[in-house]
Design a protein. Structure first.
Length: 161
């Protein structure tokens, strides 16, 4: 079994769930991009509480002129998107290509995300956010590569034992 080839054909249900997670996460990113800092401060329940706590820690550690929370949020959102895309694509194309396609798709989605923010009051299009998105997606895609490769090697060893 070549670990770079697509996996054995998965069940239709598994494929649907893999892509549903991608779509769901992309919708979550769109939802988060539709909110301003003030919306995140009070209107989103637990997300607002986490956001407020992180902003307070950031203020105490770095002062009022630094905004790491936004960059960390972008990075984490796209790390997950990169992983989900790589997982979904690896059933259709070889693993290495799946991870590169996942990175390209996540980066392209980051461009559309930044464009979308032009139309959200209080938000702006920031090329650095797109760069952070792309780096996060790259790491997520790379992590998915490692996890899938290890899982395949483990499964192959179990088959031969």
């Amino acid at each position: 079994m070549d670990i770079n080839k697509p996996s054995k054909k998965p069940s239709t249900i598994f494929l649907v769930f893999s892509w549903a997670f991608v779509v769901g996460w992309a919708c979550f990113i769109f939802f988060m991009s539709s909110n301003t800092d003030t919306g995140l401060d009070k209107d989103l329940g637990m997300l607002s509480a986490v956001f407020q706590n992180l902003k307070e820690i950031q203020l105490q550690v770095f002062g009022p002129d630094v905004d790491l929370v936004s960059s960390i949020g972008h990075f984490c959102e796209y790390l997950v998107l990169g992983m989900l895309l790589a997982n979904a694509f690896h059933y259709h194309v070889p693993l290495g290509r799946a991870c590169l396609v996942a990175l390209a798709c996540a980066s392209a989605y980051g461009v559309t995300d930044e464009f979308h923010q032009l139309f959200v009051p209080g938000r702006m299009c920031d090329p650095m956010d797109w760069l952070v998105d792309t780096v996060g997606a790259g790491l997520g895609s790379g992590l998915a590569y490692l996890v899938i490769k290890v899982r395949r090697c483990t499964f192959r060893k179990e088959e031969t034992a």
